[in-house]
Design a binder for this molecule. Structure first.
Ligand code: SAM
Length: 355
């Protein structure tokens, strides 16, 4: 096992068989070493910085029916909402005044937000906040849509692959295509976006082999951002009686992903904070380096319920910022409110400043 950890640390890769063996035989002692190496690896690229992104959840309408997600179209209990263009701009303005220079606009797959509307929104955001980075996370769209939004000024796109196993993917996403998701990711990367991929840990029927495939996919695809979170069962979905993921298993996958893709930006996800009050801090101590406080209007927060008991649904944007900042600094990190680009996407002088 020591050999495997050394190989991973030095070469940033393992074979599928080695990953599975590693996951099967991981002891607490080795886990500690793994987290330490992940943190050291992150430091080489991003120092002690933790990047803040203001999250705006602008619509909870979704045309998809993912088995795990509380927003799935077959869940009649969801009180659906959409933010107007003005409301989105107001959220961003509030965030900008709080110091954020990076915004993530996330929604279900809601085609009411047409290419024309999204281009207008992104252009307005860029005109008002030219020094801020804009990330979109609104699911699978056409190549033409992705190109138009990139041309409008969008910097990044988050589209988790969810699981790199075709069979597991198909069992969880009725009516969706594994090939199309992967194709969207490749198109986004070709266009020039900083692309975020990622997966859930603890999905029903997910095995160590599946998780090994996720890591190998990340290695090959080399995304700029990697989002890994525990699956949390939602009571209004078909997976309501399943066990869900644990903090511990997710931390191990975060640390492994950091070692497989050393220069990725990796969020300490809200799902981690939901499973454990210190979940996000623990994720930072396993190699994550991004936190995404919520800027969505308070009256809609509880309605964007991917899973239940989601944290921070009652805090004003300013309270969120203070709380997060305290937690990050107490863990010994440094808050970064700048655009927070992936280190392969920034110019050399900026890079030198970072390190
Ligand atoms: N619709 C967009 C998409 O498909 O990429 C973005 C929004 S989607 C709700 C954001 C992410 O939430 C998904 O990629 C999924 O990994 C995560 N998610 C959904 N349901 C979840 C659950 N029950 N537990 C943990 N994460 C969940």
């Amino acid at each position: 096992m020591e050999d495997l950890l050394n190989k991973l640390n030095e070469q940033n890769e393992l074979t599928k068989i080695e990953i599975v063996y590693f996951l099967q035989h991981l002891t607490l002692e080795l886990q500690k070493r793994l987290f330490h190496l992940a943190v050291e690896t992150r430091k080489k690229h991003y120092n002690e910085s933790v990047y803040l992104r203001g999250l705006i959840e602008f619509s909870n309408y979704c045309k998809q029916d993912c088995m795990y997600c509380g927003l799935r179209r077959s869940n009649p209990e969801v009180d659906r909402y959409r933010l107007t263009e003005e409301e989105i701009l107001e959220c961003a303005a509030e965030g900008y005044n709080l110091g954020y220079r990076s915004f993530v606009l996330q929604s279900g797959e809601d085609f009411r937000y047409t290419e024309e509307l999204m281009v207008r929104i992104v252009k307005s955001l860029k005109a008002r906040f030219p020094d801020a980075a804009i990330t979109l996370s609104m699911g699978e769209r056409s190549e033409a849509f992705y190109r138009a939004l990139y041309a409008a000024g969008t910097d990044r796109y988050l589209l988790r692959h969810e699981t790199a196993s075709r069979s597991l993917y198909e069992s969880l996403h009725p009516g969706m295509s594994f090939d199309n998701r992967m194709n969207c990711l490749r198109i986004l990367k070709d266009i020039g976006y900083q692309v975020g991929a990622g997966f859930m840990v603890g999905l029903p029927e997910q095995t160590h082999e599946h998780l090994a495939e996720d890591l190998l996919f990340l290695k090959e695809f080399h995304p700029a951002m990697i989002g890994i979170g525990p699956f949390i069962p939602h009571s209004a979905t078909p997976l309501k009686d399943t066990a869900g993921g644990t903090i511990e298993d997710t931390l191990v996958m975060i640390a492994l992903a950091r070692l497989f893709v050393p220069d990725a930006l990796m969020p300490a996800t809200t799902a981690m904070g939901t499973l454990d009050p210190t979940g996000r801090e623990q994720a930072l101590s396993a190699g994550a380096n991004v936190v995404m406080p919520n800027l969505s209007p308070l009256r809609f927060r509880e309605k964007y319920e991917l899973y239940e008991n989601k944290i921070c649904t009652g805090d004003q944007a300013s309270q969120c910022r203070n709380c997060i900042e305290m937690r990050i600094m107490a863990s010994g990190y440094q808050i970064e409110l700048s655009r927070g680009d992936n280190c392969n996407f920034i110019s050399t002088p900026e890079k030198e400043q970072l390190l």
